[in-house]
Design a protein around this ligand. Sequence first.
Ligand SMILES: [Zn+2]
Length: 65
Amino acid sequence: MVCNKPARYKYTWPGKDENVICESCGLKLQAVASAVGMHLQMRQLDEINLTCPQIVKEEIKIERG
Ligand SMILES: [Zn+2]
């Protein structure tokens, strides 16, 4: 599903177009980037009417046992 949280940052992934991202997805993406040794350029977004287009997994935790 699409994240749809308010976008906070604009980022550029090497080889791809600029995109916008929310705070929590941004943190995850930065972690991914540093894990693969890439430098992710992120800068604060001025517009406040954009939403995060990232695809996220639904965070449903099923307790077992
Ligand atoms: Zn997001």
